[in-house]
Design a protein around this ligand. Sequence first.
Ligand SMILES: Cc1cc2nc3c(=O)[nH]c(=O)nc-3n(C[C@H](O)[C@H](O)[C@H](O)COP(=O)(O)O)c2cc1C
Length: 197
Amino acid sequence: MAIETEHHPILSVIRERQSVREYADRDLPDEIIKDIIAAGIQAPSALGLQPWQFVVVRDRSLMRRISDYCKPILAEKIEEEPRNPGIDTFLAALRDPEYSIFYNAPVLVLVLGTREVVSSVIDCTLCAGSMLLAARALGLGSCWIGSATLAGQNPGLITALKVPDDSQIVAPLIFGYPAASLPPKPERREPRITWIP
Ligand SMILES: Cc1cc2nc3c(=O)[nH]c(=O)nc-3n(C[C@H](O)[C@H](O)[C@H](O)COP(=O)(O)O)c2cc1C
């Protein structure tokens, strides 16, 4: 019997997930954030060590502080890159005082990895991937904000974010209700697959 993949619920969620960069001005209930984390921790981890912890940031002024710290560092890094229209637009956004690297999402969840566990970055990345999919399944928007990892260089922010000394920020993820309409999801290239035999 052929397996029906087109309308399989989990495959539809995987296909439909996309990064959301515009959010409704509406808070997320704590229960939903807990459900997303509960889905994340179902991910596999090497030796079953589960080397993750989570920091849930709903304090918008702290998110603004993180964004304001990261923006000039990002702009400096990006200025060294070869120029293209996309980079120019991003640079202009980073120089706009109103722009937030968190796109005004109501919640930021940091997935922290235990430093002494060799596989923790991989494990936490898998956990984060499941969280992004869970958000989509619940009708929410999400985006991995890699730029926010820079906060880990700032002792004041590390303290404000309560990141323990033995942990590092692996995945900064934002969640929220998406704004009314989303742009099309970026196209995927055809995968290069080698079949043996
Ligand atoms: C490790 C990582 C870091 C990312 N950092 C950012 C970021 O700082 N800001 C942002 O807007 N999107 C960020 N993204 C989202 C990617 O831009 C996005 O996944 C990619 O363009 C594909 O689009 P899609 O998620 O809509 O399919 C990041 C994604 C990953 C996996």
